[in-house]
Every structure is written in C-alpha cells, then in structure tokens.
Design a protein around this ligand. Structure first.
Ligand code: DGL
Length: 277
C-alpha cells in the first residue's frame, strides 16, 4: 500500500450538522487520522425524503468527498446508511464505505439483557426497516420496536436538550415503550438511530433510569472504522491530522449549531461552502 493513500483523510458525510457526533467519535478513537466532513445542510432533512431522493443526494455528496481525495467514506447520516449504503458501495467499488446502522445495531444486541430493544430514528430510517434487520442479525430472537421521533431532530438543533419541555416530549415518545406496568415487557435498550440523538442521551438516561442501556451509533461506528482501516492496512502513518469542514448552505449556521454536537469551537470561516448538486 503506497504511503500516500494511507495518509489521505477519511470522508464523513451527513445530511447536516448532527453527523458531527460521529466526527467527534472518530477524532477520539482515531486521533492520528485527518477527517473531512460534508454536511448537506441545503437539503436537510433527509429523514422525511423518499428512498430515491436520499440515494441521489447521498451519491452526490459522496462524489464531492471522493473528488477531494479520501481513503474511506463514513456515512454518518443514519437515513442514508439505512437507504443508500449498497448504492454507495456499488458506485464506489474499492472504497471502504462504512455506515452507522450495523455498528449501532450490533452494539444494541450486546447491550440488551432481555432482548427488548427500541430503536428511535427519523421517519425514513424507520420505514426502511434496516435497524431491526441488523439487530436481528446480531441477536436472533430479539424483539425490536422502531419509533420515529422527528421532533427530537428540531429540538436538538434548537439546543433544547434538557429542561421540562424537552423532558415532556421525550416522555411522550418513550413512556409507552419503557414504562410498561409489567416490568418483563419493558424495553431494556434504547438505540439512538439518528445523528442528533446522542445530544439527548443525558436527558433520556435521566428519564429512563439506569436499567435502560442507551446505545448510540457514533462510538461503535468509530471502532468499526478503526477495524476496517487496520484490516485494509489504511491507518495513517504520516502527516499532521487536520479536520476540514464543508457545508452546502449557511456556514454561519453550521458553525453555530456545531457547538451542540462538538466541544471544540468552530467559526463560519472554517466551513467551506460547496455546491454538490
Ligand atoms: N442525519 C439524519 C439522520 O441521522 C437526521 C437529520 C435528517 O433528517 O436529515 O438520520
């Protein structure tokens, strides 16, 4: 393997800004790797769009990243991972394409004691049924319920990740699944199947209590990426790791909302405006 390819950045793609939760996990897990993030904020949300539109957008976003020179593509967007992963793998043969569905589902299969797992995601991800299929692959016999929580996306982007209103909305969605009067029927694992939802994890943990394991796809995806890089001998060996940000709309909003998802400061000047359509 020529050193050059190993030292290219990993491309990370999301419909918007929430995928920074995956970028953060990648930075923590793989501090020697350079990363290039593209948020398709102009066409956000993907979570309410048709499968055809999502695949079309995902391929365009992937082409934009590939044209900058990347060694692997991480599809941080759950909706694209659920609906467009195979299309992307066909479109870019030879490029490792890692989605978030399988790593998250495998982690949930391991984390649940009673096999009652609830997946929360966008509407399109839920309709695709990819999470339940992936959970059942890793944990045959599991009882998986999926629930679309569209309000969680806008709440998070408004910075409403705690407080009484956020708690009421979370209770509205989740109480029927986790607070069943019959303890044996209660879910014991909540899988966060959307980029934005890790920001709500502390609130959800307080609401559901310690008996419900909360699993997100971000950290498990980062370790899946590490495995792929090791296996393909693509781990970086040289160079100073850096992060580059690209957005298809409003870099100033991107930089502002980013503060909800990553602990490091970001300015609008650091975010390149790109046209990928
Ligand atoms: N990034 C999306 C996901 O993880 C959430 C936002 C959207 O609907 O585009 O499914």
């Amino acid at each position: 393997m020529p050193a050059k390819r190993r030292d290219l950045p990993i491309g990370v793609f999301d419909s918007g800004i929430g995928g920074l939760t995956v970028l953060k996990a990648l930075r923590e897990r793989l501090p020697g790797e350079s990363l290039i993030y593209l948020g398709d904020t102009a066409r956000l949300p993907y979570g309410t769009k048709s499968a055809a539109a999502i695949s079309h957008y995902a391929v365009q976003a992937a082409h934009a990243l590939v044209s900058t020179g990347i060694k692997a593509l991480v599809v941080a967007d759950n909706t694209s991972s659920a609906l467009a992963l195979e299309t992307l793998r066909t479109e870019f043969p030879g490029l490792p394409v890692i989605g978030v569905v399988e790593p998250g589902a495998t982690a949930a299969g391991h984390a649940s004691a009673n096999g009652r797992i609830v997946v929360i995601a966008t509407e399109s991800t839920v309709q695709a049924g990819s999470y339940p299929r992936a959970v059942l692959n890793s944990r045959p016999g599991a009882q998986v319920r999926s629930l679309a929580c569209p309000l969680f996306v806008s709440m998070t982007e408004e910075g409403m990740v705690d407080g009484p209103i956020a708690e009421q909305i979370a209770r509205h969605y989740l109480a029927p699944l986790f607070l069943d009067p019959e303890p044996a029927l209660r879910g014991d694992c909540l899988l966060l199947g959307c980029t934005h939802f890790p920001a709500l994890a502390p609130l959800l943990h307080d609401l559901l209590g310690p008996e419900v394991a909360i699993v997100d796809s971000a950290t498990t995806t980062a370790s899946a990426v590490e495995d792929v890089l090791t296996h393909r001998r693509l781990a970086a060996t040289h160079g100073t790791p850096h992060i580059r940000y690209m957005s298809t709309d409003a870099p100033d909003r991107f930089a502002r909302i980013a503060a909800i998802f990553v602990p490091w400061p970001l300015t609008a000047e650091q975010v390149e405006l790109v046209d990928i359509g």
